[in-house]
Design a protein around this ligand. Structure first.
Ligand SMILES: [Zn+2]
Length: 132
């Protein structure tokens, strides 16, 4: 495995979250944001959270659902409504799973930030360079 595919894998499997102690909010960090809370502008923790199984499962269902909706458009089937209804249901359930996965990830981010906060107050905090 070369370095390039490793980086791609990292991007695909983990998400950078920011956790603000003052707002008690965990949210996905966008590329250009500094390590400051977008709500209150206080310094906040940045943690890498792995995407969990629920999240992937939700995405799979959504893709499967969209595929099912497209079937009657691409092929002549005797019961297009069944595909359509099944597709909508799968897509809807998939969305719920993705949201549940995201909620879990935000929770994980908050836990990780709380842990690293405890660790960094104990030891002298190491200033890390911006990783971009
Ligand atoms: Zn904040």
């Amino acid at each position: 495995m070369n370095g390039n595919s490793f980086i791609k894998e990292q991007l695909w499997t983990s998400v950078k979250y920011k956790y603000c102690q003052s707002c008690e909010k965990a949210y996905i960090k966008s590329r250009l944001e500094k390590d400051k809370c977008i709500y209150c502008n206080q310094p906040c923790e940045t943690v890498d959270v792995k995407r969990n199984g629920t999240y992937y499962y939700g995405y799979a269902l959504m893709i499967f659902g969209s595929g099912s909706i497209l079937v009657p458009k691409l092929a002549a089937v005797s019961n297009p409504d069944v595909y359509l209804v099944m597709g909508i249901v799968l897509f809807f359930v998939g969305t719920i799973y993705v949201i549940m996965g995201s909620v879990k990830m935000a929770k994980t981010a908050a836990d990780m930030a709380a842990d690293s906060e405890a660790a960094s107050t104990a030891a002298d905090s190491v200033e890390s360079e911006d990783d971009y």
